[in-house]
Design a protein around this ligand. Structure first.
Ligand code: MLZ
Length: 265
């Protein structure tokens, strides 16, 4: 039988604690995801956040949507929670007196945008307003502590949610370190970031939680783990899970951030 990642065992093994729910800007009960592939909505262009564009749901993963901006290519998909303030029903922009914009890198001549917009919306299946959930309030103050465990989006591979540890805390920010990946994917973010989740989030939403990487330094803060040869050997022998979703390659340099001996996901 394939060894599956289990938070309870892992927290014991690493003698660590999960960051408390109230630290996160996530709803205590994850929002239900009623969206269907093909539905259209309005989304802020991640590469040009002042623009509101038309997006199509390309995939569903847990409480998140995989989105593609209409008129854009397939290399810039992005993921948003159904309770993200970056997405809204079609018609919202106009109601607020705004104008829908072509995405950055619109594939046609700019002058064809008005006609493209008409055509893309004509007969489109629009996501009902009830599918959009209210964004949870910001947690204040920053209550994360170094060593606490969480689930976090790998920003270099944003379809992935992975086990992580708080590596540092500074003001409103936290340093998210990915377990078993030697720092290649770590990042600083605000404590109210929508990219970090409490332990157990993926199992509640049905999103796929990645197993920790195979590198021995599980956490920087836990010297005990590094000095336990049996555990280290066992972990480094684990084969990476093969169930990861197919990555949308975003022109990454080959091997970037990939530790030696790590099979590509
Ligand atoms: N297999 C890919 C993804 C690694 C994901 C790590 N997440 C913390 C790579 O090696 O680049």
């Amino acid at each position: 039988a394939k060894e599956q990642f289990n938070w309870d065992d892992y927290l014991k093994e690493t003698e660590s604690v999960a960051a408390p729910l109230h630290c996160f800007r996530q709803s205590r009960i994850p929002p239900t995801n009623d969206f269907k592939v093909g539905m259209k909505l309005e989304a802020h262009d991640p590469r040009n956040v002042t623009s509101v564009c038309i997006a199509t749901v390309i995939g569903i993963t847990g409480a998140r949507l995989r989105l593609r901006l209409d008129g854009s290519d397939n290399k810039n998909d992005f993921w948003r929670l159904v309770d993200s303030s970056d997405i809204q029903p079609i018609g919202t922009c106009e109601k607020k007196g705004g104008m829908l914009q072509p995405p950055l890198g619109f594939q046609m001549n700019a002058s064809s945008w008005p006609m493209f917009l008409l055509r893309t919306l004509n007969g489109a299946e629009m996501a009902p307003a009830a599918f959009f959930k209210k964004e949870p309030p910001k947690p204040v103050p920053n209550c994360f502590k170094v060593g606490m465990k969480l689930e976090a989006i790998d920003r270099k591979n944003p379809y992935l949610i992975c086990p992580a540890t708080i590596g540092d805390v500074k003001g409103d920010e936290v340093f998210v370190t990915f377990d078993g990946w030697r720092g290649a994917f770590d990042y600083w973010c605000r404590c109210d970031s929508r990219d970090i989740f409490p332990v157990g989030w993926c199992s509640l939403t049905g999103d796929a939680l990645q197993p920790p990487g195979n590198n021995v330094s599980i956490t920087k803060s836990s010297a005990k783990i590094q000095s336990s040869p049996s555990k280290v050997t066992r972990r480094s022998m684990q084969s990476p899970q093969k169930s990861a979703p197919v990555p949308a390659q975003r022109g990454r340099k080959p091997g970037r951030g990939k530790p030696p001996g790590q099979s590509a996901v």
